[in-house]
Design a binder for this molecule. Structure first.
Ligand code: SAM
Ligand code: SF4
Length: 358
């Protein structure tokens, strides 16, 4: 099946107590998780219709959310003991977390097993970024993705139910002024709302020096309203772009485990990189290198996993690093071959993307 790991090594030794054969986060298919996604909060300043309902959600009680120090302890463990090399902060909206700069600073002070600082990245809706960009850059933030689905403020209001289009543009400008780069812009196209914006968004991004990444809409909304027949597919986006731009695939080896298929787009005297993350129609589970930590301290081995592993309880009960590492490794070991969105038996996870961390 497309995008699945080819072999399952049933004979591999599971990383359980004792002396694990490999201290990294490996699974039965031989994939190694080196990219940690940390959700800093399930709350958000916007209400994108494909993500959450207008009234928001039942937010996690504050006492269940990991403190900054608890988060830093687990990130340190992941880098020092488990082979994590990249840490992406997301949510909900990570800019709602006051301690974000301190958490990023503590992360960049770590050293991976290669002796380098882990690569830090942030996925944000950009609201409030104008005031934080310099501090984030000073803390060592290496990469940033800002989500923006439309160039039209009225459409933005319709999609996000908040009148903050101007704030997002100001945030992007501030990130550029703070020297962050490359700045990536995430866009979800929705039928009947902004599906006609593939070309205008790319033209704008190339002009501004941003890299556009289209994300196929996934069944991860809180309302469970996703419909396969009502999503804009990677094929449709690629066809629309090809009518306006020459698209030359970038080196797939340079892409590594990145989920985006990328092209150099040329046209209208402009040139730059554009990508499509086609999780639904072109799954890339076979190359997945991710492990996820939710704001309430649960490990998820996949965005679409039906279960989670609790790290918060043992952490708060005084478990040492060796025990926490053992639990984390065991949680990753059982990672499924693929997300199964295209199987008839697919069941959407109980938690929406905003609570898992996108
Ligand atoms: N609030 C931040 C933001 O919007 O960038 C970070 C969290 S958000 C869940 C991360 C990314 O997931 C955003 O780019 C958003 O557009 C995308 N996203 C949210 N719900 C989605 C869905 N159902 N399908 C595909 N992408 C989705
Ligand atoms: Fe908030 Fe991001 Fe979800 Fe939009 S996609 S509601 S900005 S978490």
């Amino acid at each position: 099946m497309l995008g699945l790991p080819r072999t399952r090594d049933e004979g591999r030794t599971p990383p359980v107590e004792g002396r694990p054969a490999d201290s990294r986060l490996i699974d039965t298919y031989g994939r190694v998780a080196t990219d940690l996604r940390v959700s800093l909060t399930d709350r958000c300043s916007l209400r994108c219709g494909y993500c959450m309902p207008p009234e928001g959600l039942d937010w996690l009680p504050q006492e269940q959310v990991l403190s900054d120090d608890e988060l830093i302890r687990l990130i340190t463990l992941a880098v020092n003991e488990l082979g994590v090399e990249e840490v992406r902060f997301t949510g909900g909206e990570p800019l709602l977390r006051k301690g974000l700069e301190r958490i990023i600073g503590a992360t960049t002070a770590l050293r991976t097993h290669r002796g380098q600082a882990p690569v830090t990245a942030l996925t944000t809706n950009g609201v409030g970024l104008d005031k934080r960009a310099r501090g984030l850059a000073a803390a060592g933030l290496a990469r940033i993705n800002v989500s923006l689905d439309t160039l039209d403020p009225e459409r933005f209001l319709r999609i996000t139910r908040r009148d903050r289009h101007r704030d997002v543009l100001a945030g992007l400008a501030a990130a550029a002024a703070a020297g962050m780069g490359p700045i990536k812009v995430n866009a979800v196209l929705l039928p009947g709302t902004n599906e006609d914006e593939a070309v205008p968004l790319v033209r704008w991004a190339l002009t501004e020096g941003y890299q556009l990444r289209f994300i196929e809409q996934m069944p991860l909304d809180a309302q469970g309203a996703w419909e396969r027949g009502a999503m804009v597919t990677a094929d449709e986006i690629q066809r629309a772009l090809a009518q306006e731009f020459e698209l030359v695939p970038t080196d797939p080896l340079a892409r590594g485990a990145s989920p985006a298929q990328t092209w150099t787009a040329r046209g209208d005297g402009l040139e730059g990189t554009v990508g499509i993350i086609a999780s639904v129609t072109r799954p890339f589970c076979g190359d997945c290198d991710r492990t996820r930590l939710t704001a309430d301290g649960q490990i998820r081995n996949c965005l679409f996993a039906r279960d989670e592993t609790d790290l918060r309880a043992p952490l708060r009960a005084g478990a040492d690093d060796a025990e926490l590492a053992r639990i984390w490794r065991a949680a990753m070991w059982g990672k499924a071959a693929g997300h199964g969105i295209n199987d008839t038996s697919f069941i959407q996870p109980d938690r929406p993307m905003s609570a898992i961390g996108g």
